[in-house]
Design a binder for this molecule. Structure first.
Ligand code: GLU
Length: 488
């Protein structure tokens, strides 16, 4: 059997992280089984879809490497792959269902449906099958007169429908719990209830992989397969992705879209790796996977039934590992857009910045914080010159800084090597350990307690003019501070 899976998102303008996980698992299952992965856009709900909303989906799948074999933008033998372009097909099958007694025209007005609901005390909102019993001639007359109608599924009132889900096992649903849902709306568009079945069948989908929210309505879809005498696909329903124990990850909380995570500085590889583990485990200790490794290891038996909690700290940790493992040129390529946003062009050595910050980031957007000391230098706390480790006080530091200023003024080679040479020589002349000199010097040219890199790298980055300017300011600040009290 040729395995064919599909990803069938609605074009909402963003791709939910849970949706991306569904796409990932469908893609993995297809690739693992040397099958095909199809993209179908389910847009029958929306009045008008913007092209942009579909593009978000195409771009995300291509960016993450979840390439599809057939889809709206690339075509394929089973197209069209956008449901709004398949309108006529659904109507044809809905009519077949009517012929077989599995569906019926319904002419009920909104008013009747409202009063039906209101008249019920038990909160039951199910349709009462009123139009199922209309005489055939009456139906034909109403259709001829052009009275607006919908087509509803005729679901038996009694019995239990049982089917097998590959993750959740045997699922049984009493048919009385299922409403006679609308299959074709009054605008002629199908609902998901009908369209998913028709499309999965016509597109020769063998395995339906989707969220668990469809688990209990799948019997309805199966009744349609049965009525049309079509073979049913295998079902693989996936546990939900939760923000915490009680809440789903949602767009509303700004924590759900793939793009949000990219914008927050997560690498696509880390996101994919992390979401692969949300509901699936390889059965061994391995946590880091490339897409190829996932293809190799993926299996339905590794899927979990219990809801997966999206642990942002875990993702952050994983992202940091991914950032650290990037080859330096790749990190430079990815970080440069962040640099050019905040740093004046051509003044800073981006390779050196990259070398300093790459090991210190959890997310790429932290680059901005790490670069702040390059952009800003203002009055700061002189207590920063107190070092318990070096046993130095602000007073001790002043001569270190003034002698550093002298040698740095004379220096012309502001390469790391050049700076290192003169400063280490100076420490020797002063008879102190290099750290005792470099620590205060780093503070003096940055004014902050923590920077990526020490004095030598920072001075090299700032260049001669800016380093000397800052050093002079710091010497003045320190003098002023020392002049105001004793024993500092
Ligand atoms: N359009 C549906 C959704 O976005 C797809 C469900 C399915 O995969 O069948 O939830």
């Amino acid at each position: 059997m040729l395995v064919r899976t599909r990803f069938a998102p609605s074009p909402t303008g963003y791709l939910h992280i849970g949706g991306l996980r569904t796409a990932l698992y469908s893609w993995l299952f297809a690739r693992k089984n040397h099958g095909q992965f199809i993209l179908r856009i389910e847009d029958t709900d929306q009045k008008r879809e913007t092209e942009g909303a579909c593009k978000v989906i195409y771009d995300t799948l291509n960016l993450t490497g979840l390439t599809y074999d057939e889809g709206p933008d690339i075509g394929g033998a089973f197209g069209p792959y956008i449901q709004s372009e398949r309108k006529e097909i659904y109507l044809e099958y809905a009519k077949k269902l009517i012929e077989k007694g599995a569906a019926y025209y319904c002419f009920c007005t909104k008013e009747r449906l409202d009063s039906l609901r209101e008249g019920r005390k038990d909160g039951n909102t199910a349709y009462d099958k009123h139009c199922l019993n209309l005489p055939k001639e009456e139906v034909e007359r109403l259709l001829k007169e052009g009275v607006p109608y919908v087509i509803r599924q005729n679901i038996p009132n009694e019995g239990v429908y049982t089917y097998k889900d590959e993750v959740y096992g045997e699922v049984s649903v009493p048919l009385a719990d299922l409403d006679d849902n609308i299959l074709i709306k009054s605008d002629g568009f199908p609902t998901y209830n009908l369209a998913n079945v028709i499309d999965d069948h016509l597109m020769a989908i063998t395995h339906v992989i989707r969220g668990v929210e469809y688990l209990s309505s799948t019997p309805k879809y199966n009744l349609i397969y049965d009525a049309l005498e079509w073979p049913k696909p295998m079902y693989i329903h996936l546990p939900p992705v939760m923000r915490d124990k009680n809440n789903k990850l949602s767009k509303r909380h700004g924590d759900a879209s793939f793009k949000d995570f990219l914008d927050k500085g997560y690498l696509k590889e880390a996101i994919i790796n992390y979401i692969a583990l949300l509901g699936w485990s390889s059965g061994d200790e391995q946590e880091f996977f490339t897409l190829d490794e996932l293809v190799e290891k993926f299996s339905i038996s590794g899927l979990n039934r219990s809801p997966a909690i999206f642990d942002i700290d875990k993702l952050k940790w994983m992202n940091a590992q991914y950032i650290r493992q990037l080859p330096p040129v790749e990190f430079l390529r990815l970080s440069t857009p962040y640099y050019v946003k905040v740093l004046p062009h051509n003044r800073f050595n981006f390779s050196l910045i990259s070398r300093l910050i790459q090991p210190r980031l959890e997310t790429m957007t932290e680059i901005y914080d790490k670069l702040e000391f390059l952009m800003e230098f203002s009055e700061y706390d002189m207590e920063l010159f107190v070092s318990k480790k070096m046993k130095t006080t602000p007073k001790d530091c002043l001569p270190f800084l003034t002698s550093s200023l002298k040698v740095l003024e004379k220096l012309n080679d502001y390469s790391e090597e050049g700076i290192k040479d003169v400063l280490l020589k100076l420490a020797e002349e002063l008879g102190i350990k290099s750290g005792k000199l470099l620590g205060p010097l780093r503070t003096a040219v940055t004014g902050v307690p923590v920077t990526p890199g020490g004095a030598i790298e920072v001075i090299c980055l700032l260049g001669k003019e800016e380093s000397l300017r800052r050093l002079k300011i710091s010497i003045d600040l320190l003098k002023k501070y020392l002049s105001t009290g004793e024993d500092k």
